[in-house]
Design a protein around this ligand. Structure first.
Ligand SMILES: Cc1cc2nc3c(=O)[nH]c(=O)nc-3n(C[C@H](O)[C@H](O)[C@H](O)COP(=O)(O)OP(=O)(O)OC[C@H]3O[C@@H](n4cnc5c(N)ncnc54)[C@H](O)[C@@H]3O)c2cc1C
Length: 289
């Protein structure tokens, strides 16, 4: 299959990209790593007038520190996120999550921003952003907006981006040194999209959980904040914590679906199990701050 004809531009600045996107009046599509966009173009499921290739915009690349935050440029390749020392130090669970995205080949091109924008319900990165209360910075010729990740997703592959907006940064608030990463997913084969997954971070101080940020993926039309579990965990002391009870309650926040890969009931059953085992393992191996 060949894509429908389109114009192509490769701007070198954010301003230039925003101007082209605005001028196209909703007819432009941004290309980052192309790992999802190219198949959509070839299948003619996406037929934009103009492709705006953002691979040449240096401002969109890299990882930087701000006051109390880590900022990731949307054009950070997934393979570079895995080898980033800053991310391994400050956001270890994000590195763990990215290791589970696709394959070496797809991670060599696929970007952090492309995955965040796409909003695949079973994707690791959108759920990581929701779990860790990240903020998504978007820009257009009209200005900049900052959107909490928990408000960014509206449905499968649907987000709050306006047609003329470009994601220009994803900002994660700091977690204290020694916080405990929490990650587990079940997929039929390595590299497949997860059937069910859980991601997040915990802080344990003096034997008590003082902070928890957790989200589900593959358990509903969007990444889902595990609010009930977070509320149940914070304030709990480790020696009286009933992990199974938390896992049972955590499922209440989810809205799994039947599809050709698994039934909603299967996802609920497996969801409880991987939540409990991930939490048990994290608290067993985790450092105490
Ligand atoms: C075989 C295979 C297996 C995969 N397995 C997984 C998996 O297990 N888990 C997973 O999470 N993903 C998986 N993916 C998806 C892939 O890894 C990428 O995460 C995904 O394609 C998005 O990244 P990209 O940079 O390639 O974006 P593109 O394909 O370039 O773009 C995706 C969408 O995001 C939009 N977009 C991109 N950047 C921006 C921006 N800065 N601002 C606004 N909109 C933007 C594009 O317009 C497009 O609509 C897989 C892909 C393949 C081909």
């Amino acid at each position: 299959m060949k894509p429908a004809p389109f114009d192509y531009v490769a701007p070198t600045t954010i301003e230039e990209a925003c101007a082209v996107i605005a001028e196209a009046g909703g007819g432009a599509t941004v290309m980052a790593g192309g790992q999802t966009l190219m198949p959509l173009l070839n299948l003619r499921m996406s037929q934009p007038f103009i492709i705006v290739d953002i691979n040449k915009i240096a401002e969109l690349k890299g990882v930087s520190r701000g006051a109390g935050v880590t900022r990731i440029g949307p054009m950070l390749r997934q393979c570079d996120a895995i080898t980033s020392e800053a991310l391994a130090r400050d956001l270890p669970v994000l590195v763990q999550a990215v290791r589970h995205i696709g394959h070496h080949q797809t991670r060599n091109r696929g970007t952090v921003g492309g995955s965040i924008a796409l909003g695949e319900p079973a994707a690791e990165l959108p759920a990581t952003a929701v779990a860790l209360n990240a903020t998504i910075e978007v820009r257009s010729t009209a200005g900049t907006r900052k959107i909490p990740a928990s408000e960014f997703y509206l449905g499968p592959y649907m987000n709050t981006l306006q047609p003329d907006e470009l994601i220009t940064g994803i900002t994660f608030p700091d977690w204290p040194k020694g916080h405990i990463p929490l990650f587990r997913e079940l997929a039929q084969r390595p590299g497949d999209f997860a059937l069910v997954g859980i991601v997040g971070a915990l802080v344990v101080e003096a034997g008590k959980i003082t902070r928890a940020g957790i989200a589900w993926f593959g358990m509903g039309p969007t990444p889902i904040k595990a609010k009930t579990a977070e509320q149940m965990l914070v304030g709990q002391s480790l020696d009286t914590l009933d992990i199974q009870a938390v896992a049972e309650s955590a499922i209440a926040d989810t809205a799994p679906f039947d599809d050709q890969h698994a039934s909603a009931e299967y996802r609920r059953t497996v969801g409880k199990r991987i939540f409990a085992s991930a939490l048990r393992e994290a608290l067993k191996t985790g450092e105490v701050a």
